[in-house]
Design a protein around this ligand. Structure first.
Ligand code: AMP
Length: 447
């Protein structure tokens, strides 16, 4: 039992999003939806929890996500005969999208599927700024049978160009796109062998974490942020030298298409992904330090894959996808809006003013006030209704804080149908018949 001196709080790593900040979240999401629809994406909503085996198979048992970070529970059986089922809160959305693609036989259409999602994901990570246990991702997947063109480098370039457009339209400043190709599974086998060989003589000089990675998954050494190891890691072989001709050609076409769209990028030979089904293009968008995120935190990441659908029991469906960390995107927008160097100020974090505040004079006018509010709201206006127990001065003060007009509703006004209105912007006060107030305020809204 909680006592007043010990109030309950949101669980560590989770947080409440309150107005006016939620207005920014909504703005971000509506811009994302608008951009995605211009590129032919439709929305998919998959369940927030799935069978645990979906993530074990689709994300990979050996990943940090699956081995340490998932919220998993045994869902109780309803009947004695029923077995309990292991369920998991989704730690990411690609596996769910591919499961739905298989379950609804979307591949049978023969069409390329372009699906986007917006929703919460759950990982038991160490909470810090920009890293939460419930966080939001805005992501998309482009996938389909090979005959739909799902392997084309054009798709990769289109997704990257779309992300550049989205970040620009959101007003994100100074974003950087880092790009690499991790080749095919065979390319990576050869590269892994070369990495192991190169790591063997220098392994003992690396930090314990990297020594372990050198044994278990040498690709992950490249991801390491350990400052003391950077110089040595930079001497390791580069995957670009191990790509076969088809992979090299694919990557060259992605880069050429980005060049022709004038989307800037840098090739980062250390940008790799550990799972087998990742192929060819991998990418990350970051913002410079001081934009609200630590240097270690990317705004979004993604890559091309082939083999994921088969791992989940479906037909071959190569694709490319990305996930934007929405929390980090919002932190970035807020931090950049506050940075004095960045002009113009693109964000208005003040709550928007309502069109009108109706001030009933006396509680007998409350009912009439609500009826007037209904009429104005149905006309598309945003309205707050005051309280009949407020004195006139208090009503004016309350109205001035939240609305652009105050409408006084006293006994005379209700009887005569002639309302008294004041505009806070101009200071004008005028009388108007109640039938005309809605259109008058609608006109004022457009001015
Ligand atoms: P991932 O699914 O790990 O490739 O992550 C994609 C994006 O989601 C990252 O670039 C982050 O922006 C975001 N992200 C991942 N984990 C978290 C987290 N714990 N809290 C907030 N954002 C996250």
């Amino acid at each position: 039992m909680s006592t007043p001196s010990n109030p309950l709080k949101a669980v560590r790593g989770t947080r409440d999003l309150l107005p006016p900040e939620t207005a920014l979240w909504n703005r971000v999401e509506s811009i994302a939806r608008a951009v995605f629809s211009r590129y032919g994406f439709g929305e998919i909503r998959t369940p927030i929890f799935e069978d645990t085996s979906l993530f074990a198979r689709g994300v990979g048992e050996e990943t940090d996500i699956v081995s340490k970070e998932m919220y998993t529970w045994e869902d109780r059986a309803r009947a004695q005969s029923e077995k309990a089922q292991s369920l998991t809160l989704r730690p990411e959305n690609t596996a769910g999208v591919v499961r739905a693609y298989i379950e609804h036989k979307l591949g049978d259409t023969g069409q390329l599927q372009k699906l986007y999602y917006i929703g919460p994901q759950f990982r038991r990570e160490r909470p810090q700024r920009g890293r939460y246990r419930q966080f939001w991702q805005i992501g998309a997947e482009v996938l389909g049978p090979t005959t739909s063109g799902s392997e084309s480098p054009l798709r990769d370039a289109e997704v990257l160009e779309m992300l550049a457009t989205l970040l620009d339209e959101l007003g994100v400043k100074n974003w950087q796109l880092a790009l690499n190709s991790v080749g095919s599974t065979e390319d990576r086998k050869r590269y892994n062998a070369a990495l192991r060989e190169a790591l063997a003589p220098i392994k003992s000089q690396l930090c314990p974490d990297n020594q372990r990675r050198a044994e278990t998954n040498p690709l992950r050494v490249l991801d390491s942020k350990e400052p003391a190891d950077q110089a040595l890691i930079d001497t390791l072989p580069k995957i670009a030298d191990y790509l076969d001709e088809a992979s090299r050609n694919h990557f060259a076409q992605v880069c050429a298409a980005l060049d022709s769209c004038t989307v800037p990028y840098v090739i980062n030979p250390r940008l790799v992904r550990g799972l087998d089904y990742y192929t060819r293009t991998t990418f990350e968008f970051t913002v410079p330090d001081g934009s609200g995120l630590g240097t270690q935190n990317a705004l979004l990441g993604g890559g091309r894959y082939d083999g994921l659908s088969e791992m989940l029991g479906g037909p071959r469906a190569p694709g490319i996808g990305f996930a934007i960390g929405e929390d980090r995107l919002i932190l970035t927008l807020q931090a950049q809006a506050e940075a004095p160097a960045i002009e113009p100020r693109t964000l208005n974090l003040e709550p928007p003013k309502l069109d009108a505040y109706i001030a009933p004079m006396g509680t007998e006018r409350n009912a009439a006030a609500l009826a007037l509010a209904r009429e104005l709201r149905r006309a598309g206006l945003s309205v707050e209704v005051g309280d009949g127990s407020f004195r006139l001065k208090k009503s004016f003060e309350a109205a001035d804080k939240v609305a652009r007009h105050i409408i006084i509703l006293g006994e005379d006004e209700v009887k005569s149908g002639i309302l008294t209105v004041k505009s806070f912007a101009t200071g004008d006060q005028f009388k108007i018949v109640s039938e005309e107030i809605a259109s008058r305020l609608c006109t004022a809204k457009q001015e």
